[in-house]
Design a protein around this ligand. Structure first.
Ligand code: UDP
Length: 327
């Protein structure tokens, strides 16, 4: 099979590319390297079944050529991370909405199946955990920039539904919950690589608020397993799935685990997030997925525990620092 991965030099996209290449598929990647990195595809870049185009999904003629060539599209290109979206609100909105429109339109034109990656951010500040796919979404004030991300992704989902219903586009939507693992950068605000870097440098580990907020972290390898199995299921097309772990942990305990895994002398510092994200930051207390649908569809059950996730992410950060390639 020939696959196109938009955002294939990114953290999750590059792991999908690795998996497909290793099983002998042909992989095309389009990535503008805004947050993606060439190092992420360093292990496959010279393979003859791997093809990389450095460009944006807003470049419709290049995108069209790629969609035409492939059998299936994994659409991951998007603005990632709370930090980046707070810093670049206009670009974030345009890439997420116009870019996704381009991908949907071309897949429909050339009759290609696709998977749209969405996000747990969609549920906004709903407190009805665990989040079920059909639940209401609760989005904050439009002047708080964080919520623009949830809205752009919700709009992407609306568009995907419209293409599915009106144009019969075979599309699957997957809402990814806090995904972590090797290659994830600390530069865009993601908490695990951020805490690890702080701990390795014996800097204060910056827990926002009182640290009682929780998240469920999933290893990227479990995500790749589930996605590659999901696209094989005909019944999955025209449907939406949560994908994440149900192992809930407070951010305070996460900081303690990372401090001990790194044998760091860092202090754990409780800070107001507004000192880091100057404007528009609002945190969620709990974010837990209901994963019944994907469990039924592909027998999904994450293999990695939080300890494994911390260990693998730590190893990858240490290796990249040794080689001088900052993640
Ligand atoms: N967080 C924190 N310190 C940091 C970065 C993040 O305490 O330096 C917290 C953040 O407030 C949130 C959790 O860690 O409650 C996860 O943050 P992340 O940005 O990784 O993901 P998201 O908020 O999108 O779930």
């Amino acid at each position: 099979m020939k696959y196109l991965i938009t955002g294939g030099c990114g953290f999750i996209g590059s792991h999908i590319a690795d998996r497909l290449i290793s099983r002998g598929d042909e992989v095309f990647v389009i990535d503008d390297l805004s947050t993606g990195r060439l190092e992420n595809v360093g292990g496959i870049i010279n393979k003859k079944n791997f093809h990389l185009v450095i460009d944006t999904i807003l470049n419709i003629s290049i995108l069209e050529e790629l969609v035409r060539k492939c059998d299936f599209v994994f659409h991951l290109a998007a603005v990632v991370g709370v930090k980046r979206l707070l810093e670049n609100p206009i670009d974030s909105i345009i890439i997420n909405v116009e870019g996704t429109y381009n991908v949907l339109k071309l897949c429909q034109r050339y009759n290609k199946k696709m998977l749209l990656t969405s996000t747990s951010e969609i549920y906004g500040k709903s407190d009805k955990v665990p989040f079920v796919e059909g639940a209401d979404i609760v989005i904050g004030d439009t002047r708080k920039r964080r919520w623009s991300y949830a809205c752009t992704k919700a709009l992407d989902e609306f568009l995907a539904w419209a293409f599915f219903e009106e144009k019969k586009l075979p599309v699957i939507i997957v809402r990814l919950f806090n995904t972590v693992g090797p290659r994830q950068s600390d530069m865009y605000g993601m908490v695990i690589p951020r805490f690890i870097k702080q701990a390795l440098n014996n800097l204060p580990i910056t827990v926002f608020g009182n640290g009682e907020q929780t998240r469920c972290f999933i290893h990227v390898s479990d995500i790749v397993d589930a996605l590659t199995r999901l696209i094989e299921k005909d019944e999955a097309y025209g449907d939406v799935f949560n994908l994440g772990s149900r192992e809930e942990i407070t951010i305070k305990s996460l900081a303690e685990m990372i401090k001990s895994a790194t044998r760091s002398s860092s202090e754990i510092l409780f800070i107001n997030p507004e000192t880091v994200y100057s404007r528009g930051f609002e945190d969620m207390n709990r974010r837990v997925p209901d994963t019944t649908k994907i469990e039924r569809m592909v027998g999904f059950s994450p293999k990695f525990k939080i300890e494994d996730i911390i260990r693998d992410t730590l190893k990858s950060i240490q290796n990249s620092e040794k080689s001088g390639n900052r993640i």
